[in-house]
Design a protein around this ligand. Structure first.
Ligand SMILES: Nc1ncnc2c1ncn2[C@@H]1O[C@H](COP(=O)(O)OP(=O)(O)OP(=O)(O)O)[C@@H](O)[C@H]1O
Ligand SMILES: [Mg+2]
Length: 269
């Protein structure tokens, strides 16, 4: 995982230069295009009678539409490059905890960067509307931890919740799934007396059948098809929470209603 963390941080770093260039160029392009439009408008003003060849070309290329659409395109390109910047920043936060020792971290930052990484899986697709993330964060103290590893825990649990939601709606047609009906709730609490941080992640997917509940944390236990799941996610998550951070990772699930994973980490772990 440390190697993967370095790789991710390296990639994020490498993306920064071309993206800065792209943003700068887009800004210049926007200015230039504006100037060209000013020129064309001025030309029209003093030469309203254009040669037929010129008017024909304007019609052929649908100049009016292009002019309008070009602005929209440039705006979208700007938004897209800002988004890449955000992702790159998140990748860096996400991989930051490749520290040799535990360092004080804000767990909410970890959860948020994980959510950004998983955003592409949460958004609407041709099978279902978007999955809503409902966050209820309390005030958490910073704790000494390996944030990169805890991010891995959040990723595994949230990815499982998304898989479970996708499975629970399979067979239903899109139009029958109400918008905002697919949810993942994340709430955090700090128990001041016990000095314990609690993070709960729950989904409203199908829940876990009784007969497999006792196996979900086993190494290589998976109910997913070959190529989709290796059955390592929760085993690794439990190891990170319980062995590396002296905490507890538990699951509470009701068939047909949903599943909740609770992460408890002592603030002095
Ligand atoms: N939120 C959930 N809802 C329903 N079932 C779940 C949920 N989370 C985990 N499971 C069950 O627990 C099993 C083990 O999960 P785990 O994350 O360890 O492995 P996996 O997701 O199958 O594979 P991967 O190694 O890719 O994570 C899953 O195959 C699934 O059956
Ligand atoms: Mg998994």
């Amino acid at each position: 995982m440390a190697t993967l963390g370095n790789l991710v941080a390296g990639v994020a770093h490498e993306i920064n230069n071309p993206i800065a260039f792209l943003k700068g160029s887009l800004n210049n392009a926007q200015d230039y295009i504006q100037e060209i439009f000013t020129y064309i408008n001025c030309l029209h003003k003093y030469h309203p009678q254009l040669a037929p060849e010129v008017t024909n070309i304007a019609q052929e290329i649908d100049l009016e539409y292009i002019t309008e659409d070009l602005q929209k395109l440039l705006n979208s390109m700007n938004l897209a490059s800002e988004r890449i910047e955000e992702i790159s920043a998140s990748l860096r936060t996400f991989s930051r905890a490749d520290t040799l020792e535990k360092v004080p971290c804000n767990l909410h930052e970890g959860i948020d960067s994980t959510l950004l990484i998983l955003k592409y899986r949460l958004k609407a697709n041709d099978k279902r509307p978007a999955i809503e993330i409902i966050k209820n964060y309390s005030n958490l103290p910073k704790i000494n931890c390996f944030l990169g590893q805890l991010n891995q825990v959040f990723t595994n649990i949230i990815a499982n919740a998304i898989d479970a939601i996708d499975t629970s709606i399979s067979g239903q047609i899109f139009a029958d799934i109400p918008a905002k009906s697919l949810e993942i709730n994340i709430y955090t609490k700090f128990l001041t007396q016990e000095k314990m941080i609690i993070i709960c992640i729950n989904d409203n997917a199908g829940g876990i059948p009784e007969e497999i509940k006792n196996h979900i944390f086993d190494h290589l236990f998976t109910t997913k098809e070959v190529g989709k799941g290796t059955g390592l996610g929760l085993a690794i998550a439990r190891q990170i929470v319980e062995e590396t951070h002296n905490g507890k990772l538990t699951c509470n699930s009701t068939l047909g209603q949903g599943t909740e994973f609770m992460i408890e980490i002592p603030a002095s772990s």
